[in-house]
Write a protein that binds this ligand. Structure first.
Ligand code: NAG
Ligand code: NAG
Ligand code: NAG
Ligand code: CU
Length: 710
């Protein structure tokens, strides 16, 4: 194997990494490690333990068992966090109180608690309330695994398996939230209008394949009451053949003998001066950026306090207060009994942090990545470690940040090129069958690019069909293999982006592209020329939330978050542009369809709301069987003022997924996202202030680049 440092015997790409550091300005060192946590640091294992002790000792909840469904940082007020952040020397930084927000289940009720853990050896419960509204908190991992073990011990299920000639030992079951279909539709309710915390359990055949999702025992549905941990309903409605295991395995060496030529992956990244970034606790500094990487058991990775150093003025300028993934809504498009309810709000139901598994060094993240661990509360409240949950790495992928060749001078050619190097913070969620790779990428240009890549396994439906020609009526999907349908569905990935562009008060501006007729009348903006039309910009500043619900596919417009109180020397308002990337689908379901009511925000990609501490989760705090009545669309419905206020941008990445055979047995990544680009934020291209690599010397002269030497 090649050595880790010095010589470059990997592929060319790895040798290119060598000059990464050289081109980057030296990292701005953060203040010395402080003894107290940063106010936005996620709860530490000691703090989680303290929360648990306080909740279990509290006389406010006497019912047992008591299960923990959410424990997270109840962050201090924004003004306090900002004052803390602005006090740049550790001596003037007084620790802020540490509070946790907790949701537990006990006695058939959801309890909300706030716990003071400032002194972790003497935690105190500050408040307690019982949630009486619709919906339930995130499912714990333990209860899902427990519910999944019930079917093989249920006599009618054993009979269904036997009748299909299947081997009970190969059965594997998984839990599916039931969604919300109106209060009357909850046939399991004891009293009308009262929801029961139930899930559906579907079973599959694993056997010789780990891809059990490809082998459903279609037609069999069990309903489990989670509070009683008992099967309360059972249906065996239709029988379809279980698809065969052959061809479903995605593991290396299991896909048959022949391979195409492989692409090489650098297993060595040479950075003679070390990483270009610096991590102090949860604070990352790199090139001109500085930000905090946190973690939440529901949202997963949380980026806070991102600020950029302006080389022109020497000032550090605020860009993003907080950014995180708020919800992933995945409705399936088959209205039949076994599928109609599959209208996942993955994040609220499953918790992204709970389903983030250790990243594979060198593959999930490149060889030069650093890793952060996460901790969450298990069902019993005890801290659980999520090792290598987030990675941070510098990315150089051979792209150009800017360039120009000037060929107009008679005897010289001027060429200036700068490589595009960026810093990525990444987390991967494997939410049951699907995997989401979630990136926040910071560029020296001042841009922040948010990318979600979808991969993993489809949810598949068993069918009689073995050839597409047999399909006579709507199959609600694509035939992927014999007896296997990949069903139509959507993915709506909604981000909460609290931009604070150069300050807290911002406005949302739509620069709408409008076509004008050239009237040939001087003074009207026209001119006496043969030109008949042109476009110009109508600037609309959103006054209220209603003005800020945007379908990005409907109107050609530049969307901006500006600071109306700050102007460039040229007199333009400083701002950031919201640039939609790939995957801009919006929901086409009817407005009165239940999943659409829950996630009604999915009809527009862009919403802007005034900042409110508790407005975090797009479908509402209680997403399992939630009605959406305390979610993004409901908040926006108040139509509050958003001009020159502290505002939050909500951006939804959307995909109508029509499965194709290449998505089987495992799906190649599909990526989408959006970019936040400075727009009149800097006085000019800030990349001119990025030091060029070795002042013109080719940076990779010392490499012996073999194409297949790894
Ligand atoms: C934390 O609480 C313990 C137990 O009550 C007490 O002994 C200790 O002095 C407290 N620490 C601080 C810093 O207040
Ligand atoms: C920011 O908004 C708040 C709330 O509307 C207002 O009180 C304050 O004056 C604004 N600040 C600036 C600088 O406009
Ligand atoms: C690269 O090679 C040149 C010429 O052989 C040598 O002078 C230089 O020291 C080398 N640089 C490094 C970093 O090894
Ligand atoms: Cu999909």
């Amino acid at each position: 194997m090649s050595s880790r440092r010095g010589s470059c015997v990997g592929v060319c790409r790895s040798s290119l990494a060598m000059f990464r550091l050289i081109l980057l300005a030296l990292s701005i060192l953060t203040t010395a490690a402080s003894s107290h946590p940063h106010p936005l640091d996620p709860l530490s294992p000691a703090e989680l333990t303290a929360v648990r002790a306080a909740v279990l000792a509290s006389p406010l909840i006497s019912d047992r068992p008591l299960t923990f469904h959410y424990v997270g940082l109840d962050e201090p007020d924004k003004t306090d966090v900002l004052s803390y952040a602005e006090a740049r020397s550790s001596s003037s930084r007084a620790a802020l109180p540490r509070h946790a927000f907790v949701i537990t289940r006990a006695g058939g009720q959801s309890h909300e608690l706030r716990v003071d853990i400032t002194n972790a050896t003497a935690p105190t419960v500050l408040s307690h309330a019982i949630h009486h509204g619709a919906g339930f908190p995130t499912l714990t991992l333990d209860e899902q695994f427990e519910a999944a073990t019930l079917p093989p011990r249920h006599a009618p299920f054993v009979e269904s398996v036997r009748r299909r000639g299947l081997d009970l030992d190969d059965v594997l079951c998984a839990v599916f939230p039931v969604g919300w279909f109106g209060d009357a539709a909850n046939t399991n309710s004891q009293k009308k209008g009262q929801q029961r915390r139930v899930v559906k359990v579907m079973c599959f055949m694993a056997g010789e394949t780990p891809n059990f999702y490809a082998r459903p025992i279609e037609g069999v549905t069990l309903v489990v009451d989670l509070d009683r941990m008992a099967i309360v309903d059972y249906k065996d409605r239709v029988v379809y053949p279980v698809p065969k295991a052959e061809g479903t395995d995605y593991r290396a060496g299991k896909a048959g003998a022949s391979y195409t030529r492989h692409a090489t992956v650098p297993d060595v990244v040479v950075q003679p001066e070390g990483n270009g970034f610096h991590i102090d606790g949860h604070f990352v500094s790199w090139a001109n950026w500085e930000f905090h990487v946190g973690f939440d058991m529901r949202a997963g990775m949380v980026i806070s306090l991102a600020s950029i150093h302006d080389a022109e003025t020497g000032a550090r300028r605020r860009v993003l207060y907080r950014g995180f993934l708020s919800e992933i809504f995945v409705p399936y498009m088959d209205p039949t009994e076994e599928w109609y309810y599959r209208t996942f709000v993955d994040e609220g139901e499953y918790g992204l942090g709970l389903w983030a598994f250790p990243l594979q060094p060198g593959v999930d993240c490149p060889a030069n990545a650093a890793y952060l661990d996460g901790y969450y509360a298990g069902q019993d409240g005890k801290p659980v470690q999520n090792k290598n949950m987030i990675c941070v790495f510098e990315r150089y992928a051979g792209d150009v940040a800017w360039r120009h060749t000037e060929a107009s001078f008679p005897d010289k050619l001027i060429t200036e090129v700068r490589p595009e190097v960026s810093l990525v913070a990444r987390m991967v969620v494997s939410c049951g069958n699907y995997d989401y790779i979630l990136d926040w990428e910071f560029k020296t240009s001042g841009s922040i690019k948010v990318t979600v890549s979808l991969t993993g396994l489809l949810e598949m439906k068993g069918t009689d069909y073995t050839h597409a020609d047999q399909i006579r009526q709507d199959a609600h999907g694509t035939l992927l293999a014999e007896n296997t349908l990949g069903l139509y569905h959507d993915h709506y990935i909604t981000y909460h982006v609290d931009l604070d562009v150069d300050g807290t008060n911002n406005s949302f501006v739509k620069n709408v592209i409008t076509t004008r007729r050239n009237t040939n009348t001087p003074g009207s903006g026209g001119a006496d020329t043969p030109r008949r039309s042109y476009w110009t910009v109508s600037r609309e500043v959103a006054e209220t939330e209603a003005d800020a619900r945007v379908d990005v596919n409907a109107v050609p417009a530049d969307l901006l978050i500006v600071n109306p109180n700050k102007k460039t020397r040229m007199g333009n308002e400083v701002g950031y542009r919201v640039v939609p990337g790939a995957l801009t689908a919006a929901s086409v379901l009817d407005d009165d369809d239940y999943p659409q009511i829950v996630a009604s925000y999915s009809k527009k990609q862009v919403w802007v709301t005034p900042y409110m501490r508790d407005e975090k989760w797009a479908p509402g705090l209680y997403a399992d069987q939630g009605t959406g009545n305390d979610g993004l669309a409901a908040w926006s419905g108040r139509n509050r003022g958003i001009r020159n206020e502290d505002i939050v941008l909500w951006y939804t990445v959307g995909l109508h997924h029509i499965p194709c055979q290449e998505d089987f047995p495992v799906m190649p990544t599909v990526s989408g996202g959006f970019e936040l680009r400075p727009a009149n934020f800097f006085e000019r291209n800030s990349l001119l202030k990025t030091r060029p690599p070795r002042f013109g010397q080719p940076p990779f002269l010392n490499c012996s680049c073999g194409s297949h030497s790894g």
